[in-house]
Design a protein around this ligand. Structure first.
Ligand SMILES: [Zn+2]
Ligand SMILES: [Zn+2]
Length: 556
């Protein structure tokens, strides 16, 4: 036992969807678990990526010991390059997870070789006061692990993402034994995946999709296109096997899918039947009835392979009447528009598009439902419990599922949101102080292109109310205004009274300029701000709209 405190510091993923990252601090050392990103929704115009705010870790830089990864999904590893551009610490994960990280790192120049350390399930790593054991779990990606982190105060179990798949396609069973061992010896704190805490019963096994694929392959007359998440190696393996059964060749299309299958095959995690694969350029020459295509782009991303096929602009693959397209994935909320547009195009080309819930299923979730969550709670029997990985209602539901454990040693459940901390010591556990959390917006996939909240606000203005540019010509030498100010606008229509409105706007700018002192006129920052605020007042009054106003001063 120890006098020190253990602090649990969720920096993302609690009370929000995606961007999972959590820190454990003990004795002046910090262990970080996962470093994921969040996919931007429509609200964040034009932003490509959303990363967690790492301010807390930056302020505690010298304490940082290591980053430990549970599995290779984007919401767990997507921010690793961003993390490593700030912190030079070793990264631990299974071979498949680290291979995906390495692929991501190829697009970023860290200026040094990152320290990636491969671990296997049941392996133990000592990291300062933390003794970390990796425990195999079943999930929709291969090589996922839970973590048992033993500290001087007791054991902390972090499940990562999981479902309890009784018949995993790779026959790698969930290591419930090891989890139960920890439970028997006593677990201080459990952190467990809450994604499906609002779904009764059990999540179906990955194998449950097999009958659906067999049905699809037996009825399809033309080509078969199957799209799934590129990291769904289990799913890809099922499709390859069914294709072999029905004597169809398979082409893998899309960079992310080719990468993931290459990595998994290279690590012995994906079996590819002999001679089944054909090259993308051989798709055109293969008879429709003998061809299946595994293709990326389940979410209707405009540049993805399937989207391009849907508008007939893919280099190698086309879709015609009689072909069948199966979407073996869920529709991530926020992506409906793009996905449905793509499906409409595919139907218009005559394809039979199969998607959505059905029985037998075409897609199954990777996260455990209520009964699986209960099973893990019962095996681990923690003294304290924090539901993680979910929006608030899912965390709250998961907390309720643990209520019965009060009779067998559960002292308290804490429903925390990102930034709220928990501290544990010999006396017990209680909520601690808040730390800085938030979202960092990044354009074009480069960690250098951080976009501020300001820019997002500007873009929102632009999309809703357009832009107005007052253009002012000032004489560089005399400081005099040389011409009547011009007003240029885009996406901001002024209606029938346009000419009158513009005339008024010009006058407002001219008045602002006239009423400014010579000193103000030489300070262009001040001038721009004055023009902007006067013009804003005028436009709001005349039109009750709020376009983005960007004064432009030309030196003449
Ligand atoms: Zn996952
Ligand atoms: Zn996840």
């Amino acid at each position: 036992m120890s006098d020190q405190k253990l602090q649990v510091i969720p920096l993302g993923g609690l009370g929000e969807f995606g961007m999972n990252i959590l820190a454990l601090e003990y004795g002046g050392e910090i262990l970080v678990i996962d470093s994921g990103m969040m996919f931007p929704d429509d609200e964040l115009l034009g932003v490509d990526l959303v990363m967690p705010d790492l301010t807390f870790l930056k302020e505690n830089r010298q304490k940082l010991r290591a980053l430990v990864l549970t599995h290779g999904h984007e919401d767990h590893i997507g921010a690793v390059p961003y993390f490593l551009s700030e912190f030079d610490v070793p990264v631990y994960g299974t071979a498949f997870t680290l291979a995906l990280v390495e692929r991501r790192l190829e697009e970023h120049d860290l200026g040094r070789r990152p320290e990636l350390r491969t671990v296997k399930p049941r392996q133990v790593v000592e990291l300062g006061p933390f003794r970390v054991e990796f425990i195999h779990v079943t999930h929709s990606i291969v090589s996922a692990v839970a973590l048992a982190v033993t500290t001087p105060l007791g054991a902390v179990i972090h499940t990562g993402d999981f479902k309890v798949d009784p018949t995993p396609t790779d026959n790698e069973l969930f290591d419930l034994h090891t989890l139960a061992d920890y439970g028997k010896r006593g677990v201080l704190l459990l952190l467990s995946d809450s994604t499906n805490a609002d779904r009764p019963g059990y999540t179906e096994s990955e194998r449950a999709v097999r009958p659906r694929f067999e049905e699809i392959f037996s009825r399809a007359e033309g080509r078969i296109l199957v799209s799934c998440f590129s990291s769904s190696i289990h799913r890809i393996e099922e499709v390859l096997e069914v294709a072999r059964e029905f004597r169809r060749k398979v082409a893998i299309i899309g960079r992310s899918m080719i990468t993931a299958t290459e990595i998994a095959h290279g690590l012995g995690l994906l079996e590819i039947p002999d001679q089944i694969l054909i090259r993308p350029q051989d798709v055109a020459g293969t008879p429709a009835k003998e061809l299946a295509v595994l293709i990326s782009g389940t979410q209707g991303e405009p540049m993805s392979s399937l989207s391009r096929v849907s508008v007939d602009s893919h280099r190698h693959v086309t879709v015609e009447r009689g072909d069948l397209v199966a979407l073996s994935s869920r529709i991530i909320p926020g992506n409906e528009k793009g996905i449905f547009r793509m499906l409409d195009h595919l139907e218009r080309r005559g394809a039979d598009v199969v998607y959505g819930p059905m029985n037998p299923p075409l897609h199954v979730s990777g996260h455990g439902s209520m009964e699986e969550l209960r099973l893990v709670l019962n095996l681990v029997r923690p003294r304290y419990f924090i539901p993680i990985h979910g929006e608030y209602r899912q965390l709250a539901k998961h907390a309720r599922l643990a209520e019965h454990l009060r009779h067998v040693g559960l002292k308290q459940t804490f429903v925390l949101e990102s930034g709220e901390t928990l501290e544990l010591d010999r006396e017990g556990a209680r909520k601690g102080g808040r730390v800085t959390v938030g979202r960092v917006f990044i354009d074009s996939g480069s960690v250098d292109d951080v976009v501020g909240e300001m820019v997002i606000r500007d873009r929102r203005h632009l999309s809703e109310d357009g832009i107005v540019l007052p253009v002012i010509a000032i004489n560089r030498h005399t400081g005099r205004v040389e011409q009547v100010p011009e007003i240029v606008s885009r996406g901001f229509s002024v209606g029938e009274d346009g000419a009158e409105f513009l005339q008024g706007a010009r006058q407002v700018v001219a008045q602002t300029l006239e009423s400014s002192s010579p000193e103000e006129k030489t300070d262009w920052g001040v001038m721009k701000e004055r023009v902007r605020s006067d013009l804003k007042r005028y436009i709001t009054k005349q039109t009750s709209r709020r376009p983005l106003i960007v004064p432009v001063i030309l030196e003449v």
